[in-house]
Design a protein around this ligand. Structure first.
Ligand code: PLP
Length: 432
């Protein structure tokens, strides 16, 4: 190789300096308005008109300095509230050490997190990824590959539930039981069958007719996006029994229900059922994107080198933060606190309902509660979300008729009471 010219050397020296301090004047400080969203971003979301700029615990402030109580946590993501000091410390510490290595190398935070997840659950093996959809995609591929390798090419049938939500990749959107999300992208992956949720007889019929061809049953322990419908222990246990009897794998999607949200580290722990594969994301990173698929050594063995993967899976920053989330969440104190908050929330919601008569049902587990609107207010859940925003409260919908609450697991008493007061104001404004 000929030696570089003086000019090339100068360019290399200039661009390899690490003390270039001055970004372009407007790069990070450019004034931003909500209209820019409509102008520049793909319009697959319809965000609120205010833009949050700062969060602390269960409070969020927008550009105008207005404070919102957060009963949403993103969508059940910021499990420990915003900027939890333990998570900030973990992120900052890792940010000074190592941000990324490829999967041709491994890294300490990923291995430490894997060990913690294994110690805390049924699992013996962990696959890391970046989102819920990716975790479910991995789970479905693993189940198909396991059936293919152990039982033969015929065993491809995946049983899922109507109204389920499993993510937005083509496989997961097809496994989800809501046609509005899966239509218009075809051809969709074949072999996926939807049955009514919580219907044991339907599951039994399906297995009686097609058991030999079923490779997996994929279920949420409680349907979140599909209307906040808790799965009964009997239903989940029936799915377990049928899977075991027919050599199929039970996949539990704990992307929304997991990481303490229901008062157990994972919801399966209080439903008397152990899955073969479990998927986690959302609360796992407390706001930092990280997902995981947990399984046994025997099942994981069909994913040999090169069979599956992702560039960012096991990213050191994500795994360092998730390790800190797990350390905080997986304590009796925090999990019992979730149950205490459930009691307080439902009590407050019932009291509002005595005064306003707006809910037909108040249901859920832990800090994951859905209020189904009374028949008079059907279809108005989004109106409540908008009115809540105006009243300084962040809440969610779960379909057109259900207002959903998914606050931080450690939200304070004051914040719960203030949020419930704001909710009542919003209900008064929205439902007239
Ligand atoms: N599974 C469940 C139960 C979910 O609630 C979601 C998201 O709402 C997903 C999967 C998809 O997760 P992500 O949006 O991170 O891909």
């Amino acid at each position: 190789m000929s030696s570089p010219s003086a000019a090339a050397k100068a360019v290399i020296a200039a661009t390899s300096r690490r003390d270039v301090a001055k970004p372009p004047a407007d790069a990070a400080t450019m004034p931003v308005t909500r209209e820019m969203f409509d102008e520049w971003l793909v319009q697959c979301y319809a965000p609120a008109l205010f833009i949050p700029v700062r969060g602390e615990g269960s409070r969020v402030w927008d550009q105008a300095g207005r404070m919102y109580i957060d009963f949403a946590s993103g969508v059940a993501v910021t499990a420990l509230g915003h900027c939890h000091p333990v998570l900030v410390a973990a992120l900052e510490e890792q940010a000074r050490k190592l941000w990324h290595v490829s999967n041709w190398l491994t890294n300490e935070p990923a291995l430490r997190l894997a060990k913690r997840l294994i110690d805390a659950t049924f699992a013996e093996r962990v696959f890391f990824c970046n989102s819920g959809a990716e975790a479910n995609e991995a789970a479905l591929k693993l189940a198909r590959r396991y059936a293919h390798d152990r039982h033969g090419v015929h065993k491809i049938r995946v049983i899922a539930a109507h109204n389920a939500f499993h993510g937005r990749t083509l496989f997961t959107v097809t496994a989800g039981g809501q046609e509005k999300y899966s239509q218009g992208f075809g051809p969709n992956p074949a072999g996926i069958v939807h049955l009514p949720y919580n219907d044991i007889a339907a599951l039994e019929r399906e297995f009686a007719e097609h058991g030999a061809d079923i490779c997996a049953v994929l279920l949420e322990p409680m349907q979140g996006e599909g209307g906040m419908v808790p799965g009964t222990p009997e239903y989940l246990q029936a799915a377990r029994r049928l899977c075991t009897a027919h050599g199929a794998l039970l996949i539990l999607d704990e992307i929304q229900s997991g990481m303490g949200r229901t008062g157990a580290l994972f919801s399966y722990m209080q439903k008397g059922v152990t899955p073969d594969i479990l998927t986690s994301a959302k609360g796992l990173g407390g706001g930092f994107p990280v997902g995981a698929m947990l399984t046994t050594t025997e099942i994981a063995s069909v994913f040999s080198v090169g069979v599956h993967g992702t560039t960012y899976g096991g990213n050191p920053l994500g795994c360092a933060v998730a390790g800190a989330v797990l350390d905080v969440v997986n304590t009796t104190e925090v999990l019992e606190g979730v149950k205490a908050r459930h009691a307080l929330f439902t009590e407050g919601l019932k009291a509002i309902n005595v005064r306003r008569r707006v809910f037909a049902d108040i249901r859920g587990e832990g800090v994951w509660i859905g209020c189904e609107l009374d028949a008079r207010w059907k279809g108005k859940a989004m109106d409540v979300v908008k009115a809540a925003g105006d009243a300084g409260l962040l809440v969610l919908v779960a379909g057109p008729d259900v207002v959903r609450f998914a606050p931080s697991l450690v939200i304070s008493l004051d914040e719960i009471l203030e949020g419930l007061a704001r909710l009542e104001t919003a209900l008064n404004r929205a439902l007239t």
